[in-house]
Design a protein around this ligand. Structure first.
Ligand SMILES: [Zn+2]
Length: 154
C-alpha cells in the first residue's frame, strides 16, 4: 500500500466535494498525517498531488474546511494571503459563503457532473479533455473515476 492509498483511506468525501480528513488532528484543527513523517494532512495532500510546497508558502483552503484535503480545494499562499483570505471569507466569524443549494461557493463540480465525468471517461474520452471541460485537474478526474473522490455518488 503506498502513502496515497493510506492517505485516501483516511478521508471521507462529503456532498460538497470536500475530502474530509478522518484521521488524527493536530492541535489547531488541521488533519495530521503521520506517513511518511508527521505533517499537516492538507500539506501532505498538496505535496502528493501537486509537488513540493515552496519554502515559506502555506497551503490554504478555498473551501474553508480546515480538515479538507481535496487537492482541488487547496491553493498556495503566504501567511499574509491566509489572513486576507480569512477576513474576506469571514472565517473568524464562522461564516462560509454558500450557494443557494448549500454548497460552498468554492465547490467547482456538482454531483451530476461526477456521473457525467465517469461516463465520459468510461466511454473513451481522454481524462485531460474531460478535466478541461469541467475546469478541474486531470488528477481529480482520475480520482473521481477511481472513486477516490465522490465515493458516495454512483
Ligand atoms: Zn474542500
Amino acid at each position: 500500500m503506498n502513502s496515497l492509498d493510506q492517505f485516501m483511506e483516511l478521508t471521507q468525501v462529503d456532498s460538497n466535494g470536500c475530502c474530509v480528513w478522518t484521521g488524527a488532528l493536530c492541535g489547531k484543527g488541521y488533519g495530521q498525517f503521520t506517513f511518511p513523517v508527521g505533517r499537516r494532512a492538507h500539506r501532505a495532500a498538496w505535496a502528493m498531488f501537486h509537488g513540493q510546497i515552496p519554502k515559506g508558502m502555506q497551503v490554504l483552503h478555498n473551501c474553508d474546511v480546515m480538515r479538507c484535503v481535496n487537492p482541488d480545494h487547496l491553493f498556495l499562499g503566504t501567511h499574509q494571503d491566509n489572513m486576507t483570505d480569512m477576513k474576506a471569507k469571514g472565517r473568524r466569524k464562522g461564516i462560509t459563503p454558500r450557494l443557494p443549494d448549500g454548497r460552498p461557493t468554492a465547490s467547482k463540480i456538482h454531483p451530476e457532473d461526477v456521473v457525467q465525468i465517469r461516463q465520459l471517461v468510461a466511454s473513451g474520452s481522454m481524462q485531460k479533455d474531460v478535466a478541461k471541460k469541467f475546469g478541474i485537474t486531470r488528477s481529480t478526474v482520475g480520482n473521481i473515476c477511481a472513486r477516490r473522490l465522490w465515493r458516495s455518488i454512483e
